[in-house]
Design a protein around this ligand. Structure first.
Ligand SMILES: NC(=O)c1ccc[n+]([C@@H]2O[C@H](COP(=O)([O-])OP(=O)(O)OC[C@H]3O[C@@H](n4cnc5c(N)ncnc54)[C@H](OP(=O)(O)O)[C@@H]3O)[C@@H](O)[C@H]2O)c1
Length: 173
């Protein structure tokens, strides 16, 4: 996700001439640097590279594959922590800001590609029991994935550009 050459190789070697209906950008990283005193530029760049720049690079790389598909749905797995309106807790600078950047880029993508019939969604998957979410999270990975898939399959161009959770409920920007 953080290596444009690797993304280009994937498309060249695996996706030449392949029509895609859906693309889900799911990979992401968190950061142990939570407080301002810990947030270095190197850490910001590491987290932004995977969480914000990578999803845009992948989307750009597979655009022609999606144009050849029928559904033209792009799902960016973001986080509610990327909401600026709901940020009352502070901290987690790199993670929050990288997901806010992803949300903003997805909105621009949605506007640019609307005329071609694309539906570009920024989806918070819920709090999920994974390495990142931890053991206390209420949702299993299977439950979250099932909800996201359901949302994705039902997605219509009317939802293009939305920031929603796994149940399709809108989240404040
Ligand atoms: N879990 C939650 O509660 C929660 C809440 C909100 C949003 N999210 C978002 O949901 C997505 C999935 O998170 P998760 O909970 O499954 O996290 P996770 O348990 O930490 O797994 C992260 C996944 O991303 C992959 N990844 C990380 N860096 C990568 C890179 N540079 N290139 C390719 N793949 C890379 C990892 O692959 P390897 O295993 O090969 O490293 C792993 O499969 C993320 O975007 C996360 O921000 C999760």
């Amino acid at each position: 996700m953080a290596d444009e050459g690797s993304i280009a190789r994937m498309v060249r070697e695996e996706l030449r001439g392949v029509r895609l209906d859906y693309v889900i950008n799911n990979a992401g990283v968190s950061s142990t640097a939570k407080r301002i005193g810990e947030v270095t530029m190197a850490e910001l760049q590491r987290v932004f590279a995977v969480n914000a720049f990578g999803p845009m690079a992948v989307t750009r790389a597979v655009l022609d594959n999606l144009r050849g598909g029928e559904r033209k749905v792009v799902v960016q797995i973001t986080s509610q922590l990327g909401s600026i309106g709901n940020n009352t807790g502070g901290s987690s600078y790199a993670y929050r800001a990288s997901k806010a950047a992803l949300n903003q880029m997805n909105r621009s993508l949605a506007n640019e590609l609307a005329a071609e019939g694309f539906t570009c969604l920024a989806v918070h998957p819920g709090w999920v029991r994974t390495d990142m979410g931890g053991a206390e999270a209420p949702l299993s990975a299977e439950e979250s994935a099932r909800d996201v898939l359901r949302l994705m399959v039902k997605a219509t161009p009317g939802m293009n550009g939305a920031f929603v959770n796994h149940l399709g409920e809108r989240i404040a920007w």
